[in-house]
Design a binder for this molecule. Structure first.
Ligand code: 5GP
Ligand code: ZN
Length: 130
């Protein structure tokens, strides 16, 4: 399969790996938003949250809970933003979780087009109607 992250797992493309076990790999994002910006990926290829094995998802949570204190200790970050894109906005079609250490004044921001927003009432109606 022509997948960059599968090639990273196979060692065909180098990566700055910070954690690895039988199920997952964690490595530095090649285009970091902040110092220590990481990608956490399953070794078994899948694309979106609809396909991730629940046991692997649980393991990824455990890995994040193990890594976050280390990031705080070693990088002196003051927070961690976790992001995971599915389909739209997902450039690499191998499931991945962005682990972005946060620092005061890092200016990390997601900008959304607020002109597209419906009212809360309308969205609630859409989401809850049968
Ligand atoms: P997405 O936009 O799919 O949520 O995020 C993909 C991420 O993968 C991006 O942040 C991008 O910088 C990172 N990325 C793309 N290609 C490579 C690569 O070859 N090596 C590493 N380490 N990161 C990559
Ligand atoms: Zn893959």
């Amino acid at each position: 399969m022509d997948c960059i992250f599968c090639k990273i797992i196979a060692g065909e493309i180098p990566s700055y790996t910070v954690y690895e076990d039988e199920e997952v790999k964690v490595f530095l994002d090649i285009n970091p938003s902040t110092n220590g910006d990481l990608l956490l990926i399953p070794k078994k290829h899948c694309t979106t949250i609809l396909e991730i094995d629940p046991a692997t998802w649980k393991h990824m949570l455990e890995v994040i809970q193990m890594l976050y204190p280390k990031l705080k200790e070693k990088l002196h970050c003051e927070g961690l933003t976790i992001a995971q894109n599915n389909d739209y906005g997902q450039d690499i079609k191998h499931f991945h979780i962005h682990l972005t250490p946060r620092y005061p004044d890092d200016l990390l921001a997601h900008q959304f087009n607020k002109d597209l927003l419906k009212s809360l009432e309308e969205v609630h109606q859409i989401l809850t109607e049968a």
